[in-house]
Design a binder for this molecule. Structure first.
Ligand code: BMA
Length: 339
């Protein structure tokens, strides 16, 4: 017979349930350094997209054994296994022509841009000036055209929207300031000259899970209700930091306008491969693909800066969760101001 304490504990276990929006793939982590055809340290934070034949491309951040990162393509028919990894680095820093890549290139986010019939890759270029945002275009993930730095340091966590907004290209990014790290959006007529910078989402303050430092994770998901953004919040603890994921929804034609922001995080480091690695307690998605049903989202995320993992969710469920667990930014802001 169960003791009263055990009964109480099991009640508690049932009580402390929260909805699981993303389900980890049983084969996780799906890619690690052991899969790599050449010597390196770790693989993580991959951009993702589907090719016209339905196969999945991951543009993986690979850190070499000097500590500098480059990008390497892995292709798979089903997006889960059977990865064909380029035999050598696909995109190396080009320090001669792009000195901003001196200390490596990191964390690519891929957007297919129908108007250009190309994929746009926003990535972090890292050098003495700090991390900045660079753009490159590709048709096939074999040849790349670099556009150079588009946001000067210290800036990262960027992605291009797939279409123009009121005639202008839009780039979401995360400039760093001494007062905090918030998400901004900027506009350009030609992908090269950027302006009309607008604050999109602010890090919260105090004890919140997303206090002081946030950044967009993968490119936003276009839904009929708005741009759905998965963003990371960094909670600093006395011993380290915890990277968790939250949700926010933005107006389709005025993307700097936040419609709803989730209160709690919805995905966090829990498993061994997310909690332990080169950097502990990190889940960091840079890409996703959407299944032919238009609803299932395959989220590819870096785990503890040491491997690539996969989790499945439903876009419809993310929106339902946001309605139940979020607030419109304006009412939330009003509450915060009075605290
Ligand atoms: C962020 C980025 C990511 C990294 C994370 C945890 O600032 O640099 O590339 O995964 O830190 O180390």
């Amino acid at each position: 017979m169960m003791s009263i304490l055990a009964e109480k504990l099991s009640d508690k276990a049932v009580m402390n349930q929260h909805e699981t929006l993303f389900h980890r793939h049983p084969a996780n982590p799906i890619l690690t350094g052991k899969d790599w055809p050449y010597s390196m340290n770790s693989v993580f934070n991959a951009g993702a997209t589907l090719l016209p034949d339905g196969s999945t491309v991951l543009l993986c951040r690979v850190e070499d054994r000097r500590g500098l990162s480059h990008l390497c393509v892995a292709r798979s028919v089903n997006g889960v296994d059977g990865w064909q990894i380029d035999r050598e680095p696909t995109l190396m820093p080009d320090v001669e022509r792009y000195p901003e890549e001196l200390w490596g290139i990191e964390d690519p986010r891929i957007t297919y841009v129908p108007e250009l019939k190309q994929y746009a890759i926003a990535y972090t270029s890292y050098s003495r000036g700090g991390p900045g945002v660079s753009l490159a275009l590709t048709k096939d993930f074999r040849a790349f055209e670099r556009l150079g730095v588009v946001m000067s340091p210290d800036d990262k966590d960027a992605a291009l929207l797939p279409r123009r907004i009121n005639g202008f290209w839009a780039l979401i990014h995360r400039p760093m300031t001494p007062l905090g790290a918030h998400i901004w959006i900027s506009y350009s007529p030609d992908l090269r000259h950027w302006g009309n910078h607008k604050l999109m989402l602010e890090a919260r303050r105090g004890a919140w899970w997303d206090a002081n430092r946030i950044g967009m994770s993968p490119p936003p998901i276009e839904t009929s209700r708005g741009w759905l953004m998965i963003y990371h919040g960094v909670r600093r603890t006395p011993s380290s930091s915890i990277y968790r994921l939250g949700l926010a929804l933005f107006d389709l034609e005025q993307p700097e306008k936040c419609l709803i922001r989730g209160d709690s995080w919805m995905f966090a480091p829990e498993t061994e491969y997310e909690r332990h690695g080169d950097v502990q307690d990190v889940v960091f998605p840079c890409g996703y693909t959407v299944a032919p049903d238009g609803d299932t989202i395959n989220l590819y995320y870096g785990a503890a800066d040491s491997s690539i993992a996969l989790a499945h969710g439903s876009i419809r469920s993310l929106l339902v969760w946001l309605d139940a667990n979020g607030h419109s930014e304006s009412s939330h802001d009003r509450r915060e101001r009075h605290r």
